[in-house]
Write a protein that binds this ligand. Structure first.
Ligand code: AMP
Length: 139
């Protein structure tokens, strides 16, 4: 499948769609998932127009993973959770719904289950408050 430059993350990167941004550098962008599976659910994407892991340039992927590491540490601190789960889906059969490579950062705590994937839009004021907490925790 060819990369679709009209996907929602491409629009966020072009500034054509809003996002609750937490971190940005030359290669990557991190922002809140608008349908969080758990409070603090954050996404990291490369700025490169890359559909999935198979099409990713290894150099860009390594820069993106450095951002995943930075943001995951900030999410862990901001939400005071003992664990962080990373998820990354490739292809519809794996559950991928947005065809621009992205990594999910999910705070995990014993006894708190994840909500269904990509269901239910969160309150925007709450997402902005969560983004601010994560931004404040980025060193
Ligand atoms: P995946 O199923 O792995 O492709 O995940 C796509 C994720 O993008 C889901 O968790 C959605 O909740 C999330 N999502 C969809 N649209 C937006 C958006 N405009 N801003 C932030 N997250 C989004």
């Amino acid at each position: 499948m060819a990369y679709d430059s009209d996907n929602i993350f491409a629009k966020i990167l072009r500034g054509e769609a809003p996002a609750f941004k937490v971190f940005e550098d030359e290669y990557s962008l991190a922002f809140m998932d608008v349908m969080p599976q758990v409070p603090g659910h954050t996404l990291v994407i490369p700025k490169d127009p890359t559909e999935d892991i198979f099409n990713a340039d290894p150099v860009i992927l390594s820069h993106t993973m450095a951002t995943v590491q930075t943001v995951a540490a900030a999410v862990k601190q901001a939400f005071e959770v003992p664990g962080i789960m990373l998820a990354q889906l490739n292809g519809p059969a794996a559950g991928q719904t947005v065809f621009h490579l992205h990594f999910h950062i999910l705070p995990r705590t014993d006894g708190i289950d994840l909500q269904m994937h990509a269901r239910g839009m969160a309150d925007f004021a709450e997402l902005e408050a969560h983004a601010e907490r994560i931004r404040a925790a980025i060193t």
